[in-house]
Structures are given as structure tokens and as C-alpha cells.
Design a binder for this molecule. Sequence first.
Ligand code: 2P0
Length: 345
Amino acid sequence: MDLSATAIATPNIALIKYWGKEDEKLIIPKNSSISITLDESLSTKTSVLFSSSLKEDIFYINGEKQDLSNNEVKERFNIINMLRQEANVNEHVAVVSENNFPTAAGLASSASGISAMVFAASKALSLNKSLFELGIIARQGSGSSCRSLAGGFVKWEKGSRKDGLDSSIRQIAPSSHWPEIIDIIAIASKSKKKIPSRSGMKQTVETSILYKARPEYAEEACISMEKAILSKDFESLALLTMRDSNNMHALMLDTWPPIIYLNQTSLEIIGEIQNLNQSMGKLVAAYTFDAGPNAHIITTKEHEKEIRNILEGIDGVESIISAGIGNGPRLLGEKDSIIEKYIKL
Ligand code: 2P0
């Protein structure tokens, strides 16, 4: 019996970040986080096939066969086993995934990849799961991926249960609530990051002196951010976003040995966005950086041209991608399957 599905999912950009785990194994975060799910300007397409004609589990990302005996890959892929067990399916699985943007360059490819995989696998297995339930599974593959399961503005609640069953997502508002918002991404390096987020955040929690203050502050920042989103208060959103990015990167620097993701280009972008806001007499744009040097400039459509011009003039900006707010994952048809592109059945 063949069970298959193909889905598209997109990355999310966190305005209030996740950087530290309460439970390493279950991936329960130290604090809640809030993000915007991006539209399909950046996307991951994933096909999943459970079939008795497969002799082993197979996993491809961008045409590269993944080593399922590698611990990191195994940990992430385990979410397929969770779903397979729940559906009482014993067949082997093929998972094939393609990104239309650089993998592991701080553009959250794991978030769109894992959310597309969970979404497609649950559909292939006809598991009728709510977003909240899917979020609990996706979170265990990669924390931030759960936020890509819903569109618009999304909160990942840290929850309070030891088993993590209340640590999942809630949509604050759909994309239609504030469609003017965009994310202008300045690629400041396409190379793979040196320190993976997973080990980086562990090091920060273990060694940073300043980290102790983060969980409480970030929880409050989430409450303020939700209010700013619901009332479409851009200046509050911008201030909270920039301060949270600064906070996280300060903690990274305070980690021992220090973790530095920002480069000279990133710092220049911070300065230019500060200059722009100052010259406008109000906050019209906010910078935020994940585990990499690429800048995400959160702004509204009316400022896109001006900000692109500024970014184009900065040394080291390799390319610029604009993305709007997206609607979350969607299912594609059978003819869109990419399984046979890489696997002979
Ligand atoms: C975020 N990042 O909130 C933060 C900001 C990077 C910086 O979530 O260990 O790949 O798989 O749960 O989700 C990246 O970490 O880490 C991340 P795991 P994940 O978007």
C-alpha cells in the first residue's frame, strides 16, 4: 500500500526569539516566542511516501542523501517514526525535500523543512491532527519549526507541563490582519553557519552570566508583542523586535567560548536602520538576526524601495529577498511529487 503527500511550507522569522531549552530531549523552550510566517518567496517542498516497495527509510534534502545513522539527522527524522507509529503503519518511508533558498545560512531552512515534513507525513498517513497537536510533534524535530505550521503571526507557548504536551503553537492573527508587513532579507553570507543553533543555545544556557535574566524578560516581551500585533502598533513591534535581537546576540557574545553570528555587514545594517528611523522621527523599520549574519528588516510595504536602496549600498550585502506574510503550509497534488526525481521505485 502506498501512502503519499506533498506539501509546501515556509520559514518563519522570530520577533521574540527562542534561544534555550528547558528540556533538551523533548525540546521544551525556556521562554515562549513569537514569529511571522513568511510567504512562498522562500519555501520548502517536501514529498513523503510510505511504501512496501521501499527497502529502507530514505531522506533527501536538495538532492543530497542524508545519513540516517547520523545522530542529528536521526533525532530530527524521529518525528516521522512518531507519526508512523501513531498511524500503525509499518512501511518504510521516503522523504524528499527541496529548498528554494540557501540551506543553513540563518534562513531557518530547518523550520520550513521540518514543518513541511510533518504536514505532508500527517496528511499521507491521514492523521487528523489539529495544528496544536502537529506543533507538539514538529517542535520535537526542531523547536522553531512548529511556528511555521500556522500562517500570519504565531506564538509558541512554552507551556508548563514536564511532558511538553502544552508546549505548542497558537495563531495570534492571520496574514490578512496586517498584510502591509514585509521582511526584507539581506544576505550577508551564504555559507553554512559555524555553530549549529542546537549546540549554541545549550552553551549559552550553560555558560552565559546574563542568560538568567532572559526567560522572564522574553515572556513579558511576548505579551507586549502580542498587544502590538493585535493593535497594529508598528513602532512597538519594531522596538520590541530590535531589542530582542540585540538581547539574544548579547547573550551569544556572553557565552563561553563566545558565539558570534553577526559580521561587519550585519553591524553596518544595524547602524543604517538606526539612521533611517532617526531621520524619519519614528520607527519605520526593525532589524532582527537569527543564528547567522543575514539581516531581516521588518517594515511595511511603503518603505520597501527606500530600504532596498539602503541595503544595496552596504558593503557585503550579496543579495536581497523580500517576503510578505504567508498563510502556512499547504498540500499539493500528486503530480507535484518530487520523490521520483531522486528515487527509483
Ligand atoms: C528562533 N532560532 O526563535 C531562534 C532565533 C535561531 C535564532 O530557533 O535545537 O533550529 O532544533 O530546537 O529551532 C533555531 O533553532 O533549534 C532558532 P532546535 P532551532 O527562530
